[in-house]
Design a protein around this ligand. Structure first.
Ligand SMILES: NC(=O)c1ccc[n+]([C@@H]2O[C@H](COP(=O)([O-])OP(=O)(O)OC[C@H]3O[C@@H](n4cnc5c(N)ncnc54)[C@H](OP(=O)(O)O)[C@@H]3O)[C@@H](O)[C@H]2O)c1
Length: 243
């Protein structure tokens, strides 16, 4: 199996590269600054240097949820327009695209787990940009899988787990919200699932569409922080206050 992995320097991208290597698959990684998905000529040159490939996995994204509110132009440029360029090139090259998306495409008020068939209703710029990127893929490329995930954490890059471990060392007390529920998802597990679905789609030429992938247990941010701090051995000396 030969893959082109976009966003290979990011949190998930690193996990994808590691997972592909561990399976003995060939993986050509691409990321900024050499490869910019918003620049068609840059994408073309990445495809040329990658050579023949079985599938593209896209982990490249503008992921700064809060900053997106004041930088909508960049968020839409990467998460909608860049993704559209990528899907168009995949169609031209007749290569399937496995694309990663987010629970932010929903408004987040449902009290049971969201299903892939639920209508999207993003409330912020980041969620809208990701939802519009998804829509472009569906319009442009039949052989695609869009895999939405939530609360990602991995060995590489910044995430909630690392922030809590650091703050657990630096501070004597922490306050963490307890009114949002989600499913923390380990980047290594998601990477393995993405390679599995890519292999399935290629082998059976079937199963294209939209999926949700997350680790098992729903928790609040507060409960997640408690668990992280307990595992980091910092819980006893800390008070984690509910808000
Ligand atoms: N993190 C989460 O909690 C979470 C939750 C649900 C879904 N997701 C989705 O999961 C996917 C991976 O997220 P992640 O946490 O691995 O994100 P990440 O660590 O921010 O990685 C994204 C990568 O894409 C690169 N990138 C940004 N703009 C680009 C461009 N124009 N061209 C090419 N590459 C570009 C980034 O480079 P720079 O760092 O240099 O900008 C970075 O290396 C994304 O689709 C995200 O929407 C993430």
């Amino acid at each position: 199996m030969k893959l082109l992995i976009m966003g290979s320097n990011g949190q998930l991208g690193n996990a994808l590269m590691a997972e592909a290597r561990s399976r003995g698959w060939q993986a050509h990684g691409a990321d900024l600054p050499e490869c910019d998905i918003t620049r068609p000529e840059s994408l073309h040159s990445t495809f040329s240097s990658a050579g023949a490939m079985d599938a593209v996995i896209n982990a490249a994204a503008y992921t700064a949820v809060d900053a997106a509110e004041s930088d909508a132009e960049t968020a839409f440029s990467v998460n909608r327009d860049g993704v559209g360029e990528l899907a168009g090139l995949c169609r031209q090259k007749q290569v399937p695209l496995i694309h990663v998306s987010t629970d932010y495409v929903f408004e987040g008020l449902k009290t049971s787990p969201y299903l892939p068939s639920d209508p999207v209703r993003p409330t912020g710029v980041y969620g809208r940009s990701k939802a519009e990127g998804e829509a472009l893929i569906r319009d442009l490329l039949a052989r695609h899988m869009i895999v939405r995930t939530s609360w990602l954490f991995g060995r590489h890059g910044a995430n909630f787990v690392k922030t809590m471990v650091r703050l657990g060392k630096e501070r004597s007390s922490l306050r963490v919200v307890d009114d949002q529920v989600g499913c923390p998802t380990y980047a290594g597990d998601l990477a393995a699932a993405l390679l599995d679905v890519a292999a399935y789609g290629l082998q059976h030429q079937n199963g294209w569409g939209t999926y949700h992938y997350r680790n098992e247990v729903p928790v609040t941010w507060y409960a997640f922080a408690r668990r992280i701090l307990a595992l980091a051995g910092a819980y006893e000396k800390l008070q984690v206050a509910e808000i």
